[in-house]
Design a protein around this ligand. Structure first.
Ligand code: XUL
Ligand code: CO
Length: 435
């Protein structure tokens, strides 16, 4: 039985192809810098967007056609969705997926029932993974949708809500472990505040750290070896979210002695909401040895919210892949399409157009990034720009050998420095040579 009878397995046809449902650049077995494209890119699909996003917006209801879904909270409906999803993964050639507990299984009227439903669907997902060879990139708990979390989950003013969130995190980590998940993500959509008038920020942050420590302890207790991630985002739905950007997350993890246990999952549209470029966020994470995984999407400069568009901007994908190559590639992480179709793209086949385009945009980004690296002029320019630190006074400062007194004498001797140009325009032109 096929749920997408009109869609074939997406072939690679090369740059000359005019077939909208063919890859022009993503050739999974093609080798770039010694690894196949499939190994470099590690594409993942987001269960919530592919299977559960009806494409509603704040002014209008859902439009997405999902002929396979009977709209019920039954386990059978949940299992059927899983089958549709795996057919989608098979046909797109996406190797990984990510989920929230409440996307794959319904939240029922009590915790024990919801957890049993989760376990039943996890069993089924396990069989589908077995048959297809697809893998779970990461799992997570939805700690933002239910009304009980309206004032936070780990940061709720109510200890009973914290306890509920902790119980839900345990069940979601157990599910991820059962499915051999490579990671587990914490995104704190409600871990923040709407106003400081009613908020004890210090206490809330202590509680968030306590929840993460409990998760680390549980991970050890059950022998789950996957990587824990925190996903920064500055706002939406909260006015301010504590994990506001990569630097804030790293500071929080250091302050609460959690840095050894977490890496970051950086999302492009969250970076722009934080007033940063994706390149900035990736660089901050990479500098701390904490770049773990990526939620691949892009925002819209004309809209001030998290539009989660599919990535099509080649400058963006090139910058991401430059950082991923600089890191030496993903280990547990990958490129998870945390992206949704526009509300107007409501037909099931649009899911394929969206993902095929995102995969091709990243395949091109990878090829362009590898070409820029092979060319070497960019790397050489940056190395030369800092060359004054490699010997003489620079090397002595870096080695911590000089005092302010020494530097004062040095400047009296040398006089005014002569600065070299940063050559930004020349470097932008250089990038354009490759795009
Ligand atoms: C929300 C977001 C989440 C996380 C997982 O903006 O990105 O979907 O990726 O909870
Ligand atoms: Co995300």
């Amino acid at each position: 039985m096929s749920y997408f009878p009109d869609v074939p397995t997406i072939p690679f046809e090369g740059p000359e192809s005019k077939n909208p449902l063919a890859f022009k650049h993503y050739d999974p077995e093609a080798v770039v810098e010694g690894k196949t494209m499939r190994e470099h890119l590690r594409f993942g699909a987001a269960y919530w967007h592919v299977m559960r996003n009806g494409l509603a917006d704040p002014f209008g209801g859902p439009t997405a056609l999902m002929p396979w879904d009977d709209g019920s909270d039954s386990i059978d409906n949940a299992k059927k969705r899983a089958e549709v999803f795996f057919e989608f993964l098979e046909k797109t050639g996406i190797d990984f997926y990510c989920f929230h507990d409440r996307d794959i299984a319904p939240e029922l009227d009590d915790f024990a029932k919801s957890t049993a439903a989760l376990e039943a669907v996890v069993e089924h997902l396990g069989q589908l993974q077995e048959k297809s060879g697809k893998k779970l990139l990461w799992g997570t708990a939805c700690l933002f949708n239910h009304p009980r979390y309206a004032q936070g989950a780990g940061t709720s003013p109510d200890a009973e809500v914290f306890a509920y969130a902790a119980a839900q995190v345990k069940a979601a980590i157990d599910a991820t472990h059962k499915l051999g998940g490579l990671g587990y993500t914490f995104w704190g959509g409600r871990e923040g505040y709407a106003t400081l008038l009613n908020t004890d920020m210090k206490r809330e942050l202590d509680h968030l750290a306590a929840l993460l420590h409990l998760a680390v302890d549980h991970k050890k207790a059950i022998g789950f070896e996957g990587q824990f991630y925190i996903e920064p985002k500055p706002r939406e739905p909260s006015t301010h979210q504590y994990d506001s950007d990569a630097a804030a997350c790293l500071n929080f993890l250091r302050e609460y002695d959690l840095l050894d246990h977490f890496k970051l999952n950086i999302e492009t549209n969250h970076a722009t909401l934080a007033g940063h470029s994706m390149q900035h966020e990736l660089t901050v994470a990479l500098n701390a040895g904490a770049l773990g995984s990526i939620d691949a999407n892009q925002g819209d400069t004309l809209l001030g919210w998290d539009t989660d568009e599919f990535p099509t901007d080649l400058y963006g994908t090139t910058q991401v892949m430059l950082k991923v190559l600089e890191m030496g590639g993903f280990t547990t992480g990958g490129l998870n399409f945390d992206a949704k179709r526009r509300r107007e793209s409501h037909e099931p086949i649009d899911l394929f157009h969206a993902h095929v385009g995102g995969m091709d945009a990243f395949a091109r980004g990878l090829k362009i990034a590898a070409a820029i690296r092979a060319d070497g002029r960019l790397r050489e320019f940056v190395a030369n720009r800092y060359a004054s630190w490699d010997s003489g006074i620079g090397a002595e400062i870096e080695a911590g050998k000089l005092t302010l007194e020494d530097l004062s004498k040095h400047v009296r001797r040398k006089g005014e420095p002569t600065l070299a140009s940063g050559r930004q325009e020349m470097l932008s032109n250089l990038i354009n040579e490759f795009i």
